[in-house]
Design a protein around this ligand. Sequence first.
Ligand SMILES: Nc1ncnc2c1ncn2[C@@H]1O[C@H](COP(=O)(O)OP(=O)(O)OP(=O)(O)O)[C@@H](O)[C@H]1O
Length: 312
Amino acid sequence: MSTIGDQTTGPGAGPRATADIELRHLSRTFGDIRAVDDVSFTVSAGTLTGFVGGNGAGKTTTMRMVMGVLSPTGGEVLWDGRPITQLDRRTFGYMPEERGLYPKQAVLDQLVYLGRLRGLGATAARASVTSHLERLGLADRAKDHVEKLSLGNQQRVQIVAALMGRPRALVLDEPFSGLDPAAVDSMADLLREHTSRGVPVLFSSHQLDLVERLCERLVVLARGHVVASGTPEDLRSHSVARHRLVLSGDAGWVRDVAGIHAVDVDGPTALLEVVEHGAERRLLEEALRRGEVHEFSPQRPSLAQIYREVTA
Ligand SMILES: Nc1ncnc2c1ncn2[C@@H]1O[C@H](COP(=O)(O)OP(=O)(O)OP(=O)(O)O)[C@@H](O)[C@H]1O
């Protein structure tokens, strides 16, 4: 068995990895279903990229094509600027949607075995697994059979399986699902250590608050298409501006102001979208004419709001 990497255990040690994963016009059909349709984006070296989209949007299918589990019906995946090979993929850490641990094998033995399959030497595999189990609070469960672990702890074992050694890239399908807040924090720290040494990380998630907190870049998929991508700030700058208005009297009249969409009105408080440039000025003049204005402030759109807009 060949050995990939060195004897170091932590993700932060050793030389930097600096290659990108590029998806170019990737498509996949299943019969009549266009599960993934002309998807292009880059997971840049050292970048944590969140992959979001509703159920059935095509995230898992896309990740499977990146990992060579499924072949594309169109397009290609590049690694380091050239078509990706199975050998390249052996150096990636992958957490598939179907988790596939052996229930009746001890955690440590199973992970060391998986590390050996990934090309790690026996000593390096054991050292990396042990250090990851400690980081994820599972050191005392190393000798337990996987089936004895709670679902959340089985998920932690899956994380170790994907992150151990020194993967050159990470492709993680819902890695945060089922984790408690402490495990989410440990996982986030681990991912940051990988990105800080140049590893491109792509992970899917339905937890938009978490994606917003962690990601430097985002790709939003809907019905097999990329409907938005970029940094959270890029996406925000394309979002419809929202303002909060607080008056001394009832704010119901704002519903009739041209160019303004009243998202929510509750007594003297209104949440508004400015759909026509300059309408906020008209609105404010009218508000001042009618009485006191306690607050008129732009609202920073949440990722959840942006997500609803781009996938509508
Ligand atoms: N092996 C398959 N055979 C037929 N259809 C499939 C197959 N795999 C996926 N699909 C279809 O492709 C579409 C995309 O599915 P996919 O699992 O990639 O979405 P997803 O974004 O990962 O969804 P979720 O968030 O629910 O996991 C869906 O319509 C799904 O039913």
